[in-house]
Design a protein. Structure first.
Length: 276
């Protein structure tokens, strides 16, 4: 049995599920998903992907997360074999050497895994909540619809700013200027952010910009709305990354930060996207 841990926000859950689908394709074996983090170690996050993929094979298997002494005691007591593989040490060939339960833990933020996400199925079956249907109609009717995502919150806390504080006021000014220089027509900005007040005070947007309210509903509703826009200005967040990745416009334009974090040269930005 292969089990992939689901944890973190929706953007992370989408990558973890995609990784599981990658494993299923390579191994011709059903993958289960561990949901034990939700409501226990992670009190803030919700298992949001279940509303998109209701046929998920779910497990609550905290025991296989045990490493070291706990892991050895469990195996000795129940005479079973289980293997814990983290993202840092994983290789698809390593699964050939395992027996029993295999537990895979990581964020799995990789463009290759995202290709295994069933985006056509999910987008076709999605129904926008009524509270946001008017916004969806406005986006669809706009000449040039532009989503702009700003993540502040935990990214700019004293603990995290030196790692994730990539998308500054200057980044958004340059991104908007890039769009203005490349796109002609009647442009309509749609702003998605956890700090609307900061955006209004620091990002030079036209008065016509529409700020999307954050309702207590599925976060995929906002990813979906971003995907409807013809232009996406994203932050270094998997949340807006999926909004751009699921964009179905033939001539989509995506503006992304040239660095994803300050501590790594790895990036999720696709080759066809513009880095600034």
């Amino acid at each position: 049995m292969i089990i992939v841990r689901l944890w973190g926000g929706l953007g992370n859950q989408l990558f973890q599920y995609s990784f599981g689908q990658y494993i299923e394709e390579k191994r011709s074996e059903k993958v289960f998903y561990d949901v034990s983090s939700f409501g226990t170690s992670d009190q803030l996050r919700k298992l949001e992907i279940y509303s998109l993929i209701p046929d998920l094979l779910l497990k609550n298997v905290r025991f296989v997360q045990y490493t070291g002494i706990k892991n050895r005691l469990f195996r000795a007591l129940f005479q079973c074999t289980n293997t814990y593989l983290s993202e840092n040490t994983f290789d698809i060939s390593s699964l050939e050497k395992t027996r029993g339960v295999v537990f895979l833990q990581g964020y799995w933020q990789n463009k290759m895994y995202a290709e295994f996400f069933p985006k056509r199925r999910v987008l076709d079956e999605w129904k926008t909540p009524q509270v946001l249907q008017r916004i969806e109609n406005v986006i669809r009717s706009a000449d040039i619809s532009i989503s702009l995502h700003v993540r502040r919150g935990d990214y700019f806390s004293p603990k995290n700013i030196s790692v994730y504080g990539v998308c500054t006021e200057e980044y958004y000014k340059r991104a908007i200027a890039q769009v203005e220089s490349m796109v002609e027509g009647n442009k309509q900005f749609f702003v998605f952010s956890d700090d609307i007040l900061w955006v209004k005070n620091h990002v030079p947007l036209p008065e016509s910009a529409i700020f999307i309210p954050n309702h207590e509903i599925s976060q995929f509703a906002y990813i979906y709305l971003m995907s409807l826009c013809k232009v996406n200005i994203i932050s270094n967040s998997t949340f807006s990354w999926w909004g751009a990745y699921l964009n179905q416009h033939k001539n989509q334009l995506v503006i992304a930060p040239s660095r994803w974090t300050f501590t790594s040269n790895k990036t999720l930005v696709l080759d066809s996207w513009i880095k600034i």
